[in-house]
Write a protein that binds this ligand. Structure first.
Ligand code: ADP
Ligand code: TRP
Length: 331
């Protein structure tokens, strides 16, 4: 039997280059040898996305992004989390095996508490239960499909470890392998894609290069990359520049060697380095952008693809829930 690869993306904003190299691309590579299940984590999105029009549109954009990047819905089971009620049944069951202390240690929750404390606010101000229990819903997403590997960026590794802990707690209690223990699959060369300001590229930092904006906007965004004040003629260290780190993701080995030599030799300013980066980024993104726009022009067809995916996913999901309920004595 083929092994199972599964991952999800929250519909919380425009897809960006970090999502592409950290999540979408590695996932599509894995889909070549694994049985893949990829989905839109729309109930995870609801934690922060309270505007219905915006959430509705972002769900479609993320779905169209996967398809434009090359996901083949004939080969990959592709669906919306919200179409699989078994996810929520499993979440409730997993809650009974999840230590509250484990949730207290989740990075996202801890960061929110810390921010509140620093501002002198109540520690739990603005924190909803969806954020607090986020890792349990994510564990259910994963465990429901007997997942072997979860392709994600480094920032998600803690969540996968929590899914392991929760599944192990279930198996230990019933003294049998009721649930499969998943593993994280992190791409080494792109574990953290840097953003315009050199920090991790992230919607929450407002430093992203979006995947599907018009060419002009893409150019403008790349020209906004923050650089130091080294003069044009000064030799530059390619590995200390986020322009070059981004370039490496898009350029061939020869292109990388040639540009690195120009950095080191001096005589190339940051503006020129950015133009060269734009050229290779646009080369890769232009055909994807066209596909994306075509998919977004026919939302009913897109929704049909997602519904067909959900119809394939549900029997698999139901089998896991049945197995767990039986082990738990709720059958
Ligand atoms: P954001 O940080 O912009 O909110 P998400 O948390 O929605 O992005 O991430 C969706 C997926 O993309 C996750 O698997 C995450 O690990 C991956 N990802 C996001 N940003 C990056 C990045 N800068 N480098 C590598 N992977 C990333
Ligand atoms: N938490 C993930 C993120 O922020 C999204 C996600 C939800 C996910 N459920 C998942 C990723 C299951 C992998 C597997 O990017």
């Amino acid at each position: 039997m083929k092994k199972i690869s599964l991952t999800g993306i929250k519909p919380t904003g425009d897809l960006h280059i970090g999502n592409y190299f950290g999540a979408i691309n590695p996932a599509l590579e894995l889909a070549k040898e694994y049985d893949a299940r990829y989905f839109i984590a729309d109930y995870h999105g609801l934690n922060t996305m309270k505007d219905p029009v915006e959430l509705n549109s972002t769900i479609r954009q993320v779905a169209a992004g996967w398809l434009a990047a090359g996901l083949d819905p004939e080969k990959v089971i592709f669906y919306r989390q919200s179409s699989i009620p078994e996810v929520f049944e499993l979440t409730t069951m997993l809650m009974a095996f999840t230590a509250k202390g484990l949730m207290n240690r989740a990075h996202a929750y801890k960061a929110a508490v810390q921010e509140n404390t620093e501002k002198g606010n109540d520690p739990d101000a603005g924190i909803n239960m969806g954020l607090f229990t986020y890792p349990v819903l994510m564990a259910a997403d994963i465990i429901l499909f007997d997942t072997d590997i979860v392709p994600v960026g480094k920032d998600q590794v803690q969540h996968i470890e929590m899914a392991q802990d929760i599944a192990q707690a279930v198996n230990a209690n019933y003294n049998q392998p009721v649930l499969k223990i998943p593993q994280a699959g992190v791409q080494d060369n792109a574990a953290v894609v840097p953003g315009l300001d050199g920090r991790k590229m992230s919607k929450s930092y407002g430093n992203v290069i979006p995947l599907f904006v018009p060419e002009k906007t893409l150019h403008k965004t790349i020209m906004r990359i923050v650089t130091n004040s080294q003069a044009v003629e000064e030799p530059k260290d390619p590995d200390a520049s986020q322009i070059f780190l981004l370039y490496k993701l898009f350029a061939s080995a020869e292109e990388q060697a040639a540009l690195a030599a120009r950095y080191r030799g001096g005589g190339m300013g940051w503006g020129e380095a950015k133009e060269e980066l734009f050229r290779v980024v646009n080369r890769e993104l232009a055909p994807m952008r066209e596909k994306f726009n075509a998919i977004m022009a026919d939302i009913p067809a897109l929704d049909k693809i997602l519904e067909q995916g959900a119809a394939k996913a549900r029997p698999i999901a139901a089998a896991t829930v049945r197995r767990f309920r039986k082990a738990a004595g709720i059958d």
